[in-house]
Design a protein around this ligand. Structure first.
Ligand SMILES: [Zn+2]
Length: 323
């Protein structure tokens, strides 16, 4: 029997929502909504907006009066299983009881689940996307940051505090010069290969490399983004290749260590930056292949995410359906 649920993706830029009516078999939404998060991003402001949005969506989908599960994928690190946000650089939040705030606002009518956004995407991909047919999965997404999710024996790996699979915050440098990460610590792989870090680093460095193809392609140092770096690397640009030779082994090693530890059947790669940087991805995979434990590599299928923007929405909706 088909189930109805709402999936919400609360990211640093957009608040997206979708109503699904064919779960668990279909990722087709009967209604989608998108609005910009904008500048009013306090916990109270966000809670209020979601509190207004949910009844509106239900009304538009002609589901008013129904008590349906609501899953929210959130761009931040959670702690515990009640939707408490430990930290979110995207929102500037620390120790925010988002779950309690939403339950207080929406009342007991709704079953609300709050999940790390990458965990929600991983779950969506595992059930209806690139993970179908595999019960042990590692998904790695390189966007503005680096996120990961893991399915072990068909169950989303959450850990005792719900912080499992934070691949972006595994350390790849421990010296005094290690780069600062948004999480507050130094030397995280995200501080080197996350899209924002890569972009900021390149713009800083390229002041002294004005002849780099990346600058020419971007039309100025201040416009350089990872896509330009990748196109420059494909052209054999010295700066881009030097940067890649430094940072791509870091992500390759982090993924290899995770695969060595978890022994997944399928490795799913995705994310807004990774999908636009095939050269970076090739460098990362070369480092991965050299470092992964051979028995864990045997039979591993490497693939790309299939659900795009829908993955997090349908994943959050599916997870909330299990509450
Ligand atoms: Zn970190």
């Amino acid at each position: 029997m088909s189930q109805v649920a709402i999936g919400i993706d609360l990211g640093g830029t957009n608040l997206r929502a979708a109503v699904f009516a064919g779960l668990p078999n279909s990722s087709e939404a009967i209604l989608v909504h998108r609005e910009e998060v904008g500048s009013a991003r306090s916990p109270e402001a966000i809670t209020q907006r979601i509190g207004v949005l949910i009844p509106k969506l239900l009304q538009r989908a002609e589901l008013g009066g129904l008590c349906i599960p609501i899953g929210i994928g959130f761009a931040g690190m959670l702690i515990g299983h009640d939707g408490c946000v430990a930290s979110s650089p995207s929102f500037g939040w620390r120790d925010v009881p988002l779950g309690d705030l939403l339950r207080g606002r929406l009342g007991e009518r709704y079953k609300i689940g709050i999940y790390n956004d990458v965990n929600a995407i991983t779950y969506g991909e595992s059930r209806l996307g690139a993970g179908v047919g595999a019960s042990d999965i590692l998904a790695v997404f390189v966007g503005t940051g680096i996120g990961a999710g893991a399915m072990c024996d068909g169950i989303l790996l959450q850990g005792s505090n719900n912080t499992a699979a934070e691949l972006g915050h595994t350390k790849v440098a421990i010296d005094d010069d290690a780069l600062q990460c948004d999480c507050g610590l130094k030397g995280c792989v995200e501080a080197y290969v996350g899209g924002s870090s890569l972009q900021e680093r390149a713009r800083r460095d390229l002041d002294a490399w004005a002849s780099s193809a990346a600058v020419q392609l971007a039309g100025g140092v201040g416009n350089v983004h990872p896509g330009h770096l990748d196109a420059a690397a494909a052209d054999g640009d010295d700066y881009a290749l030097e940067l890649y030779s430094e940072v791509s082994p870091m992500l390759g090693l982090a993924i290899a260590n995770a695969v060595t530890l978890l022994n997944p059947k399928r490795l799913i790669l995705g994310g807004g930056v990774f999908s636009r940087t095939p050269v970076l991805q090739a460098h990362v995979l070369a480092a991965f292949e050299a470092a992964v434990n051979p028995p864990a590599r045997e039979g591993l299928q490497i693939t790309t995410a299939q659900l795009g923007d829908t993955g997090g929405l349908v994943g959050a909706a599916l997870l909330a359906s299990t509450i």
